[in-house]
Ligand binder design. Sequence first.
Ligand code: FAD
Length: 176
Amino acid sequence: SKTEALMGGGHSGPKMSSKGVVLGPDGKPCRTCTSVRDWASMSRSIKGAKITTNKATTATPITLPADCPPDVELLGRSSWTLLHSIAATYPEKPSTQQQQDATTFISSFSRLYPCHWCATDFQSWMKGAGGAPKVSSRQEFGQWLCEAQNEVNKKLGKEEFDCRKWEERWRTGWKD
Ligand code: FAD
């Protein structure tokens, strides 16, 4: 379910409103923790949003106007783009300072990420299977981020990404 996907394993899950909107630590609806589809079911209308029904999947994709605050999915896509792009331009042989910067950035990111449930799970992964960010080379950093995203992919029931293709996806472009 949406709730299970958002919360992952191990903890009691996010507080939800009756309409499936995730509540923030302040008890108010948290837009960056909720998909726009669930948000729309609460607010009935999002000005300018296009709602189309996909008959094949019965899913209801909603396209937000470009100048609306992000939902959990747009926030996620944009964040992975930034993270992988940082790794793609990270040196093959980073200095001590650059390694410190990368570690500090990921650590702050994991505490400031605007979907608090996502942030908590990311922190738990780093304390457990993922370990501390691997930042001793571009390749290592990219692979570590790829594993981090695969962890979320698994949690959301999405296909895992083949991390051997990380560099083509995020740095060089596809070979063919
Ligand atoms: P995304 O999953 O965002 O993927 C974007 C692109 O990245 C894909 O098109 C693909 O080309 C590429 N890609 C996919 N997997 C990998 C990989 N392993 N390595 C490299 N490239 C890859 N959402 C939730 O609902 N619950 C959560 O708990 C949650 N936690 C998150 C934690 C973090 C730290 C971040 C950054 C995001 C989190 N999200 C979470 C958002 C979620 O990961 C997706 O970004 C969101 O569901 C939108 O998915 P998407 O299918 O559009 O593409």
